[in-house]
Design a protein. Structure first.
Length: 492
């Protein structure tokens, strides 16, 4: 892996770890913060209702008649409120009142009247004049049934023994506890988590795009710094002007490289350089033959050199044509003409069409299939890709050899194989067979092709969301190459 790729992946890894840590802290902190906010509201509500209950204390006895009317009316109210993404239609607040012994004398839900709540934390602490709160499950084992409770003491001032007003002190004669189901504000927690994760996902996508751009101009300076350090170490003595001039040249080179990379010029330059290298050989042969034709020679030799010129010209023409096809294919992002294609009839048709070429060298073609398979593909491109694989097998097959076209199913994939009995792929060439212009000499003619056929097949496979592989047959099956094209099966 190159230095640029390592640094690029390192930057992405650092960001991924950082954003994951931030999202984890934010998401995990949402629920406690919402609970704290809800508890603060419950504290004020409990104090308010406790004050109302104190207004109805008679001779140290709590009268809950007004509380019953209050909650009966509140529960009967109909409303439709949209709070951001949460819809609210009824009152979920609950409350209960206990006497000085912790016995429930009023419960808005009507389920706990007469029960002893003196051991509950909210009631026990409130009867002592302290802050009491708890969270309990309505249904044991069901976390979604949790309810938050906050209690406030109910006080009574005996005006016969002193002066004062309720709420300013006095004897604690009971407690008022308000409760709120956690699920009611848990909807806001879920919505907040979703929005946070969505924002984090968009942030990751944005940084991926940014990282690609930044890597163009940020990664390159690391290499420039290394080059500059080597240059400084190689200097005999200290020459400030020379070092500054060298640094300026490196910065300017980095800027030019960034500009070219953003404009895609390097990609074009690589294409032109490779094509020029491949065309140089046939052009040299044409020039040499043309120069020899100027000399006196026998007619047989003249025809031979004219044939060389025609052959090399045809080679250049074929190379240019294939290069234009491959370039056009690489610029495509989606398939324009997608149809359902049955693979077995297509393989049989290709085998039949190639019988004439195969018969000239006594090569046999067979088609073996477990069952037919249907894929969604561009029929023209798929035919061209399979034809290239078959032509490649014909070129490397020995006289009287056998070429097997196979079709099998593997879960959601159709696997098309083209197997020959040629010399196979040398170890040094197995990583290069799909490179542009890379070609091996044909055993029978000792000539190379344009080296673009397999690159063409690779692009076709990528457009069809598949893949292509080229290797050697298993040793137990003899020598030969095995080309495999994987295509995703069409839905039924």
């Amino acid at each position: 892996m190159s230095k640029r790729s390592r640094i690029f992946l390192g930057l992405l890894l650092i960001y991924a770890v950082g954003i994951a840590f931030v999202l984890y802290r934010v998401v995990s902190d949402l629920d406690p913060r919402y609970r704290e906010s809800a508890e603060e509201s419950l504290v004020e509500t409990s104090q308010l209702l406790a004050t109302l209950v104190e207004q109805d204390v008679r001779d140290g006895v709590i009268d809950t008649a007004h509380m019953e009317l209050l909650f009966r009316s509140a529960y009967a109210r109909e409303f439709d409120v949209q709070i951001f993404s949460v819809k609210k239609t009824h009152v979920e607040l609950r409350a209960y009142v206990t006497d000085r012994h912790g016995t429930v004398v009023f419960d808005s839900t009507g389920q706990s009247v007469g029960k002893d709540f003196s051991q509950w934390r909210d009631v026990m602490l409130a009867l002592k004049g302290e802050y009491g709160a708890r969270t309990s499950l309505d249904i044991p084992g069901d976390a979604n049934s949790a309810v938050m409770y906050v209690a406030a003491p109910v006080r009574w001032i005996n005006t016969a023994n002193g002066t004062g007003t309720t709420g300013g002190g006095g004897e604690i004669i009971g407690t008022l506890t308000v409760g709120k189901p956690v699920q009611s504000f848990g909807q806001f927690v879920v919505a907040a988590r979703s929005r946070t994760l969505y924002a984090g996902f968009l942030s990751v996508l944005a940084v991926l795009v940014l990282a690609v751009t930044v890597s163009v101009w940020l990664v390159r300076p690391f290499g420039l710094i290394s080059d500059y350090a080597h240059y400084v170490k190689a200097q005999q003595g200290f020459h400030p002007l020379r070092l500054l001039r060298r640094a300026w040249d490196l910065v300017r080179a980095a800027y030019d490289e960034m500009r070219d990379a953003l404009a895609g010029r390097n990609y074009v330059a690589d294409y032109v350089q490779t094509l020029t290298h491949e065309v140089k050989s046939p052009l040299s042969a044409i020039r040499g033959a043309a120069e020899l034709l100027e000399e006196p020679m026998e007619e047989a030799q003249r025809q031979q050199f004219l044939g060389n010129i025609q052959r090399e010209t045809q080679r250049i023409q074929e190379m240019v044509d294939r290069m234009m096809e491959l370039t056009a294919l690489e610029t495509r992002r989606v398939l324009d003409n997608v149809q359902r294609v049955a693979l077995l009839p297509l393989l049989e048709e290709l085998a039949c069409a190639s019988q004439g070429v195969a018969a000239q060298r006594h090569i046999r073609l067979t088609v073996q299939a477990q069952a037919d398979a249907t894929v969604e593909a561009d029929p023209f491109l798929l035919r061209r890709g399979l034809s290239n694989l078959l032509d490649n097998a014909l070129d490397f097959s020995p006289e009287g050899g056998l070429i097997e076209l196979g079709l099998r199913l593997d879960k959601h994939w159709a696997c098309i194989t083209v197997c020959d009995q040629g010399p196979g792929i040398p170890a040094y060439a197995q990583d290069k067979v799909f490179e542009k212009f890379y070609s091996l000499a044909r055993p029978h003619s000792k000539k190379k092709s344009t080296g673009l056929g397999l690159s063409f097949v690779k692009e076709i496979a990528a457009l069809h969301r598949g893949r292509v592989e080229l290797g050697n047959r298993p040793a137990a099956q003899g020598s030969g190459a095995l080309a495999t094209l994987w295509l995703r099966l069409a839905p039924a």
